[in-house]
Design a protein around this ligand. Structure first.
Ligand code: ACO
Length: 319
């Protein structure tokens, strides 16, 4: 059986960078409050004309270039997003069209901030079963579009961006093990209820969140799922070279690292510059760590994410 190996990565951030100080001029907040609670200093916001598929497409082009692979060689496209361009079709098919290819399966995975881990696990299953040989897995979100910009409890936390990975069938180990979970009983902690019905948008189109409830649940489940992955794969935390976590909040990330006994030097942290980009945050961090030379071939990475649903998961990868 083949393994799914990372052949290349790429990412894209919109040009507009908004600092905490700039936000503090719009809502009653401060750099001090945001920094101490979350570690966030700035975020990137998509331009009016930029859709999730545009961010995804830009990241995909960079990942394909990095992998040295033409778009036409890709035989599976998965986009993890909670902010699709349209109600339907899937953003993945729009990205496919923008890449100038057609024919291969293309679909979205909706697991909010856990979306990238879900999408990678899905692509891994395709490759291991022989259903795909070269997969393009993208995490892309434009949460700025579902923010109530007058709500200081939520608008300071999120940003826009995209990250992409090309996975290829290989004889060498790549994705070693992954574990996914969901529990719909926690719907009320985090959601964006709007739906299109009878020619109108029903329910608020803005993100709703119980911040403290999310914090407690995330810390508990991320520790548990990381343990599960290590145990089932027969690895120990000492074998992890890099924690590449979902970047929601530095305090949540620190709690996971502490649980695993990993020092700060082993965390790829981008939340300070990107804020929470939902499904894009892990591949954005992964690409940053690879491109600046910290993550090297042969090293072991633990990726983990959690978000609305609730849905969560973790993955051990040999880069
Ligand atoms: N600036 C200033 N004050 C604020 C702000 C702000 N941006 N937001 C809230 N406050 C105020 C509140 O109104 C409250 O004031 P009050 O005491 O007068 O009522 C006070 O700060 C404390 O509010 P809390 O909600 O108790 O603050 P807390 O310490 O819990 O921090 C935070 C809030 C940062 C949201 C925290 O709960 C958290 O990080 N939760 C995790 C949320 C998260 O990461 N969500 C992302 C989506 S899910 C995921 O990706 C994992």
């Amino acid at each position: 059986m083949k393994h799914a190996k990372i052949l290349g990565t790429g990412s894209y951030l919109p040009a507009q960078r908004v600092t905490n100080e700039e936000l503090a001029r719009r809502v009653d907040t401060s750099d001090e409050w945001i920094t101490t609670r979350t570690g966030i200093k700035a975020r990137h916001i998509a331009a009016e004309h930029e859709k999730t598929s545009d961010l995804a497409h830009a990241a995909a082009l960079r990942a394909l270039d990095d992998a040295g692979i033409a778009a036409g060689e890709i035989d599976l496209i998965i986009v993890a997003t909670a902010t699709p361009d349209m109600q339907f079709p899937a953003t993945a098919t729009i990205v496919q069209q923008k890449l100038g290819v057609s024919g291969c399966p293309a679909f979205d995975v909706q697991a909010v901030c856990a979306g990238f881990v879900y999408a990678m696990a899905t692509a891994n299953a395709y490759i291991k079963s022989g259903m795909a040989k070269k997969a393009l897995v993208i995490g892309a979100d434009t949460f700025s579009r579902i923010m109530d910009w007058s709500d200081r409890r939520t608008c300071v936390l999120f940003g826009d961006g995209a990250g992409a990975v090309v996975l290829g069938a290989s004889d060498e180990a790549g994705i070693i093990h992954s574990k996914l979970h969901a529990d719909g009983n926690y719907l009320s902690l985090l959601n964006t209820p709007a739906q299109i019905a009878d020619g109108a948008i029903c329910g608020t189109p803005f993100l709703q969140m119980d911040g403290q409830g999310v914090f407690k649940f995330a810390v508990k489940q991320l520790a548990a799922v990381a343990d599960e992955v290590l145990q089932e794969a027969g690895y120990t935390a000492e074998q992890i070279d890099w924690l590449v976590p979902h970047q929601a909040n530095k305090r949540i990330i620190d709690a996971t690292a502490k649980h695993l006994g990993l020092p700060e030097e082993k965390i790829i942290l981008t939340v300070q510059e990107h804020a929470n980009t939902s499904a894009a945050s892990i591949p954005l961090a992964l690409d940053a760590g690879i491109k600046d030379g910290r993550i090297r071939r042969g090293q072991h990475l633990m990726m983990e994410g959690i978000g609305g649903g609730f849905a969560w998961g973790a993955m051990l990868v040999r880069y």
